[in-house]
Structures are given as structure tokens and as C-alpha cells.
Design a protein around this ligand. Structure first.
Ligand code: MN
Length: 192
């Protein structure tokens, strides 16, 4: 099974100026494409060749894991962005408030986790088997699915995600990223 570049649910210039067209051309068009190309090359004639991406992530290690997880993580990340973020669905607001005290507290804890990751990685909001919400930090290509969690939201804090628009200012990138989160999609992932 050949893995392919997912289609963005918005125009490549639609997230500007918070996330510029140039950032998307590199981050989506080049970085993500390269992970997918590497993955396809690595799994050819291997037991991973016809395995669903989630299964590869749960079973592989080394380069296959890294490229599979980066493919999944970026697809998830880009799919949960929108140029027209609506109001947060009430059910999602209620869940976040229940877990973190308030939506504001959740955002602050999540941002703190993302800013605190040393080097490249991803901050995640996931639900566990009992539906409890947890924030976690993963370095490199890490994905909470390997720990039995179901991802609900993520932010990419690799420098390639923000260096064109924000240089070294990771916190400014995260602050802008909040304004691009598609809360309907996040709610959809949480409530299934
Ligand atoms: Mn990235």
C-alpha cells in the first residue's frame, strides 16, 4: 500500500499570516512529502508494506517508526487546522473544563508543555481508555498511540514548523496556532 500526501482542507495560503504560504509549502509540501517518500521506500517488500499506518506506528521502530509516525502526526496536525475557527462546541468546552478547570487553564497547560519540549517534538491532548483527557509531550516523532492513548489534538514544535514565520519564537508560534485550531474536528475526535 502506497502512502500518499493528504489533501489540505484549505488553500495553501489560507492560514496566512499566522501560518504563511511559505511555511506550508515547506512544512506540508516538502517535509511531510519527504517522510511519506521515505516511508514508502522503507516498507517496500517488508512486512509493513500492506499494514495500516496506525499498525506500523504501534509495531515498528527505528526509521520505519519515525517516518510512519511523522506521516501520521503531520496529517493529523494539518487536518485539525482551519482559517475559519468557529466557536468551540459546548460538549468539548464541558470536557475540557471538567478535566482542566477551564478552557483557559487547558490552553495554558498545553502551551506550557509545548514550549517546554527540549528540541524537536509534539505536544498532545489525548484520551485514555476511560475517556480521561491527558496532555503529554513526545520528542522526535513520538505518538501517544504507542501508549494506548487516542490523540485528540496536537501541535508540532519542530523548528521547521515555525522558523520561517517566527524564527526562534516558539511561544509566539503556539499562540498564533491556537487561532487556527479547528474545534469542530477536535470535538469530533474526542466524542467518537
Ligand atoms: Mn513538522
Amino acid at each position: 500500500m502506497k502512502h500518499t500526501l493528504p489533501t489540505l482542507p484549505y488553500a495553501i495560503s489560507a492560514l496566512a499570516p499566522k501560518m504563511s504560504q511559505e511555511t506550508l509549502e515547506y512544512h506540508y509540501g516538502k517535509h511531510l512529502q519527504t517522510y511519506i517518500d521515505n516511508l514508502n521506500k522503507m516498507i517496500e517488500n517488508s512486512p509493513y508494506e500492506d499494514m495500516p499506518l496506525e499498525e506500523i506506528i504501534k509495531t515498528a521502530n527505528g526509521g520505519v517508526f519515525n517516518n510512519a509516525a511523522q506521516t501520521w502526526n503531520h496529517t493529523f496536525f494539518f487536518e485539525t487546522l482551519t482559517p475559519n475557527p468557529g466557536k468551540m462546541p459546548e460538549q468539548l468546552e464541558a470536557k475540557l473544563t471538567e478535566a482542566f478547570g477551564s478552557v483557559e487553564n487547558f490552553k495554558s497547560e498545553f502551551s506550557k508543555t509545548a514550549i517546554g519540549i527540549f528540541g524537536s517534538g509534539w505536544a498532545w491532548l489525548s484520551k485514555d481508555k476511560d475517556g480521561k483527557l491527558v496532555i503529554s509531550a513526545e520528542s522526535g516523532a513520538g505518538n501517544p498511540m504507542t501508549k494506548g492513548l487516542t490523540p485528540v489534538l496536537t501541535v508540532d514544535v519542530w523548528e521547521h514548523a515555525y522558523y520561517i514565520d517566527y524564527r526562534n519564537r516558539r511561544a509566539a508560534y503556539i499562540e498564533a496556532w491556537w487561532d487556527l485550531v479547528d474545534w469542530d474536528k477536535v470535538a469530533g475526535k474526542l466524542l467518537i
